[in-house]
Design a protein around this ligand. Sequence first.
Ligand code: ATP
Length: 234
Amino acid sequence: MLEVSNIDTFYGKMQALWGVSLRVDEAEIVALIGANGAGKTTLLNTISGLLRPASGSVEFLGKRIDGLTPHSIVELGISHVPEGRKLFADMSVRENLEMGAYTSGAWKNKAETREQVYQIFPALKEREKQLARTLSGGEQQMLAMGRGLMAKPKLCMFDEPSFGLAPMLLLEVFQVIEALREQGITILLIEQNVRRTLEISDRAYVLENGRVVLEGESKELLQEELVKKAYLGL
Ligand code: ATP
């Protein structure tokens, strides 16, 4: 479904990604693991068109997408739920959700999609008219995820969805991600909670200093010495 080949991405003169390649197949959950500053967010931003790679390519469903605008990339079926949620604080829950449905296909069906999002996150329905800024951290994360789903994505990219959440909510975020996959949505996930992430994902890539240093089946990575030492504290 997604094929990232050998990309280099820069911020000005500073190179943040070095020859990164990654593949996501349909209906997979693929995880990106790495310390702060490893380049995970930069990689998602390069896929979603917020950054352009200096070299290499990104293909989605057989079509080259590097160089397209972020808007066209959403239209093709990639939703990006960014780090830090980036909600519209002074807009209601419902308005925030609608902002996620601005693609031509999604706008027509927004009422139906909104009901589906409310089924996944019932708390959002109860708070439909509340301003986003008045929600708890967990509810804000649900809203950010719900807004991403409003574009009816084929591939959803989540950047640290459990960041700052209490353990109970963290569990819920992982349950939602698994449920989305059951519904046929393919997922590329950045998470600091490495053990849980490797338990629910099919495959994973470990990034260090802008390079992929390890990749493979998640079950196997759980047994890798590098992963155990650096990310599982064993
Ligand atoms: P985190 O978990 O902290 O978000 P990350 O793995 O997502 O880490 P990135 O945010 O992709 O890492 O950062 C990769 C590198 O690029 C880091 O050295 C970071 O300082 C640098 N960087 C990130 N954003 C910018 C920016 N807007 N301008 C300049 N450098 C940046």
